[in-house]
Design a protein. Structure first.
Length: 180
């Protein structure tokens, strides 16, 4: 019984411990990076833009050129022309800064983030119409994310270990009932 428990514990450590090691590493910020909460929103849907910058940068400028009139970048609204150029300065706190872009129409918009001492970085936001009946999707928004392969293998290992434990217990029960 002690060998079985020890084997199961060792197998559990190998399966579960190996899968979590890569996720625990904190990587330093080497290169600035800009991300969007959604890179394919529909018109009118706010998109949070977040930039991660190296140490020493205290403020950044978010810029969107040629946005449809009525679009906003944080609290700035320009509705006087058919297209507008939006720009907003944001302070950097703990290495990041954020702005919210709300496009008023469809199109592909490039958001450029600049700061003194940093190369400009950009991200494209592709604004399209809502899903229409007849296209090959089910009409539901895609939510959630991808499950890491390590998590899947950890689950498979846990199920395997559970099966081994049940089989071992059943075999021991049969063995002890035959000896009585």
């Amino acid at each position: 019984m002690k060998k079985t428990v020890t084997s199961l514990a060792l197998a559990g450590v190998l399966v579960l411990g190996g899968a979590s090691a890569a996720g625990a590493v904190q990587y330093p910020v080497d290169e600035p990076e800009v991300t969007a909460s959604d890179t394919t929103p529909v018109a009118g849907q706010p998109v949070t833009l977040t930039v991660r910058v190296p140490e020493g940068i205290t403020g950044v400028t978010f810029t969107v050129n040629g946005a449809p009139a009525g679009s906003t970048l944080t609290s700035m609204v320009f509705a006087s022309a058919s297209t507008v150029d939006l720009s907003v300065n944001k302070p950097v706190v703990n290495g990041t800064a954020s702005a919210v872009f709300t496009p008023a129409g469809n199109g592909t918009f490039t958001v450029v983030v600049t700061a003194p001492g940093m190369e400009p970085i950009s991200i494209d936001v592709v604004v399209g119409a809502a899903i229409t009946p007849g296209d090959d999707s089910d009409g539901l928004a895609t939510t959630g994310g991808d499950v890491p392969a390590g998590a899947i293998w950890a689950g498979v290992g846990a199920i395997g270990l559970g099966g081994i434990a049940v089989a071992t217990a059943a075999a021991r029960r049969r063995s002890s009932s035959n000896n009585s």
